[in-house]
Design a protein around this ligand. Structure first.
Ligand SMILES: NC(=O)c1ccc[n+]([C@@H]2O[C@H](COP(=O)([O-])OP(=O)(O)OC[C@H]3O[C@@H](n4cnc5c(N)ncnc54)[C@H](O)[C@@H]3O)[C@@H](O)[C@H]2O)c1
Length: 374
């Protein structure tokens, strides 16, 4: 197949990360031909032109609709605020394009399912931006769990804490608006943690959730007025995986002191694993079989023996970074397109994640255990 030509929409935090990855993937993975950075869209002609120059795109437009129907674009890459994902993804699918979309797929599970069904019906490839699971050490953790190295796994503890909204003086943004963002910490951070749980341990059957909004109002920089925060700062949940395994989730955008505190522990009869994204090149493993006098966690440093590390660097312990996870993810997107097979995480995973998020919200409202629709 000819090199896929990408049309990227959005040049904010994650649009830039996608552009960096699109430019790097061919250099990192020798067996992967570089995609073409064809067209970039942003809100204005000027911001799009600036973005295209900085991020290595051939052309730019201030009209995302022109991008999704452009004949020289094969893949539409959606990196805009959450409420725009549905409209942009559906328009791209209608134009016969493959779609790579940031999390969350949409603002409701119903909308997410609509997008996934449309993509399937059109026969286009669809992939989600859940980059954290691309970490070589998380791929290793998954292998270790599946191979039974921890014995019988009996508990999962996951958290994703960031403090970007801890300070009450942080201004109101689209992330505080129910119509623009959907849920709050759940959509922004929890979606990654739920996907991570799925990646390591499979589907989630039921949840008991609780939500908390710590700062009920923030100042809107546009009007200078205080404006209501319409979604949660913190989400907590007891969860039960389909395999019967219990777990806990704690998700917060007001987790004072934490910058990218995605973390988990997996407990088994023969061992345990512990991981923290802020130390993303370290996986801690506890082997219960060792002598009592030597008992304790040991640190596995990321290295070329782990999946997808070697193409970046032949030496262990030198470390990968956040943007490298996007490079691996983009390679996965390109593979799905080249092979004509569904990749993972695809839009169906986007739907599953959304259903867990909604079940946590419903459980909070009903104060009871809530089934996640399958
Ligand atoms: N996977 C991750 O680790 C990760 C990290 C951050 C954000 N995200 C996701 O990425 C998405 C964007 O978040 P962000 O932090 O980059 O937001 P942002 O506010 O930094 O950037 C949004 C971009 O979209 C552009 N945009 C807005 N409306 C547009 C329109 N109508 N047409 C064209 N462009 C438009 C803005 O100009 C801006 O360039 C969100 O869905 C978020 O959940 C994912």
């Amino acid at each position: 197949m000819a090199r896929p030509r990408f049309g990227l929409i959005g040049t904010g935090f994650i649009g830039r990360a996608h552009a960096i990855a699109l430019n790097a993937v061919g250099a990192v993975f020798a067996d992967q031909e570089a995609p073409v950075c064809e067209l970039l869209a942003d809100t204005t002609v000027d911001s799009a032109a600036r973005g295209a120059r900085a991020l290595g795109f051939a052309r730019s437009t201030g009209d995302w609709r022109a991008l999704v129907t452009d004949r020289a674009v094969d893949v539409v890459d959606v990196c805009t605020p959450n409420h725009l994902h549905r409209e942009m993804a559906l328009a791209a699918i209608a134009a016969g394009k493959h779609v790579y979309c940031e999390k969350p797929l949409a603002n409701t599970a119903r909308e997410a399912a609509e997008i996934a069904a449309a993509a399937d019906a059109a026969g286009v490839r669809h992939m989600m931006g859940f980059n954290y699971i691309c970490n070589p050490l998380l791929q290793l953790a998954r292998e270790m769990i599946a191979a039974g190295e921890l014995g019988e796994v009996y508990a999962f503890r996951g958290s994703y804490l960031e403090d970007y909204m801890s300070d009450p003086a942080v201004p109101w943004t689209w992330r505080c608006d129910r119509a623009l963002a959907g849920s709050g910490a759940l959509a922004d951070l929890g979606s990654h943690l739920i996907n991570l749980g799925h990646f390591l341990l499979g589907g989630i059957a039921r949840v008991q959730g609780s939500l908390q909004t710590v700062h009920a109002q923030r100042r809107d920089p546009a009007s200078g007025q205080l404006r209501a925060v319409e979604n949660e700062d913190i989400a907590r949940a007891l969860v039960e995986f389909e395999r019967g395994l219990p777990g806990t989730f704690e998700i917060s955008r007001v987790g004072t002191g934490y910058k990218c505190g995605l973390a988990f522990s997996v407990f088994g009869t023969r061992g345990a694993l512990e991981f923290q994204q802020e130390r993303m090149n370290e996986l801690r493993h506890y082997d219960a079989a060792g002598p009592a006098a030597r008992s304790g966690f040991r640190t596995i440093l990321a290295g070329p023996e782990h999946p997808d590390y070697r193409p970046f660097c032949p030496a262990p312990g030198h470390g990968l970074g956040y943007n490298d996870l996007k490079v691996i993810e983009v390679r996965n997107v390109l593979r799905a397109i080249a092979n004509g097979t569904p990749g993972w995480p695809d839009f169906h995973e986007g739907v599953r994640v959304q259903r867990v998020m909604e079940a946590i919200e419903q459980s909070h409202a009903s104060r009871s255990w809530t089934e996640v629709p399958s």
